[in-house]
Design a protein around this ligand. Structure first.
Ligand code: NDP
Length: 311
């Protein structure tokens, strides 16, 4: 009997994923869009992004859920998720795209671009002498697959780069700090804070009033992971008071950000509509196929998600 990989994604079209996966999977795994599954009993693998409630009940022989993206917060929070291994995407191109966006955001603040944009609007030649990268301290909160790449890319540019995670790790050019007790001191010494934390019960609203108060006066904040990790009212307060000099924000608690939200018009704030990085079919296909083969051959999976940790 031929195994089936079922695909479901609201935003991603089926065809590019089918085209990237088919040559690697060959004839022994059929790839079907969820609304065209011919034999649900043959479905052993699901490649999904936010499928509707009850989706998994249709497939009694499902063995692996592959999250079509890096962030698994929506998936692991569901109460209809079967007790099966979960893997997520973390492909090389996605990592590069995120690292380059993180670097762009850091450079935007390090080179005071918001100041020059505001001056340009006034036709004002507002020279400010640039600082050396080594004199600017950057903290990357979250050193996972994407966060670690972002931190090393920032370090490669010569910034005084620090990272924060639950466990120690070795990253070239990055000083790593671990655990809750290390955070206030790290925030207090940083000029630019980049949030790369996954959304979990432990990180929800973790960057709130006390975290912003701990940051240096004039610091800038960047959020590229999930909006709900940040208390947005506290962020607005810190920007309005001038305690923070600006922010680069790609993710928000409620997306799309409503037109009347104060963040749209606060000085020094750049808003982008959740596109710092995306999953790319050609680059992600090999790891999806590797995990399908691992299930078929009883081998170990890669890029697994811990339901207990939530990431
Ligand atoms: P990972 O799941 O690989 O890593 C998470 C990191 O956060 C780990 O270093 C982990 O520490 C750390 N962490 C988790 N909880 C805590 C905590 N309570 N205290 C301190 N550190 C903690 O994530 P990725 O780097 O792959 O991705 C990060 C997030 O980026 C994703 O979860 C997703 O939400 C978001 N994303 C955003 C996109 C966009 O376009 N804006 C695109 C893709 C992803 P440890 O290493 O010790 O486990």
């Amino acid at each position: 009997m031929t195994d089936t990989l079922v695909f479901y994604s609201g935003p991603d079209p089926f065809e590019p994923w089918r085209a990237a996966l088919a040559p690697l999977l060959g004839d022994d795994v059929r790839i079907e869009n969820s609304d065209a599954v011919t034999d649900p009993e043959t479905v052993r693998f699901a490649l999904v992004w936010m499928p509707p409630e009850g989706f998994f009940d249709r497939f009694p022989n499902l063995e692996l859920v592959i999250n079509l993206g890096a962030g698994v917060d929506r998936l692991v929070a569901r109460n209809d998720l079967p007790d099966l291994p979960i893997t997520r995407l973390s492909d090389p191109e996605m990592g590069k795209m995120m690292a380059s966006f993180a670097l762009f955001a850091v450079l935007r603040h390090a080179r005071e671009i918001p100041h020059f944009e505001a001056a340009q609007a006034r036709r004002e030649w507002a020279y400010r002498h640039p600082k050396a990268a080594g004199d600017i301290s950057v903290a990357v909160l979250g050193l996972g697959e994407l966060g670690a790449l972002a931190a090393t890319e920032i370090a490669r540019q010569g910034f005084d780069t620090h990272g924060w995670a639950t466990r120690p790790k070795d990253l070239p050019g990055v000083t790593v700090h671990c655990g809750d007790e290390a955070l206030p001191h790290l925030l207090a010494q940083s000029d630019i804070v980049v949030c790369m934390l996954p959304l979990t019960p432990a990180t929800r609203a973790r960057i709130g009033a006390s975290a912003f108060a701990a940051m240096r006066p004039g610091a800038a904040f960047v959020n590229l992971s999930r909006g709900e990790v940040v208390d947005e009212d506290a962020l607005v307060g810190a920007l309005r008071s001038g305690h923070l000099s600006g922010a680069t924000l790609d993710v928000f608690a409620a997306e799309p950000l409503v037109p009347e939200h104060p963040l749209w018009t606060l000085p020094g704030v750049l808003i982008t509509p959740h596109l710092a990085s995306v999953a790319l079919p050609k680059s992600a296909a090999p790891q999806i196929v590797a995990n399908i083969r691992a299930v078929q051959n009883g081998e170990e999976l890669v890029n697994t998600v811990s339901r207990v940790r939530g990431y």
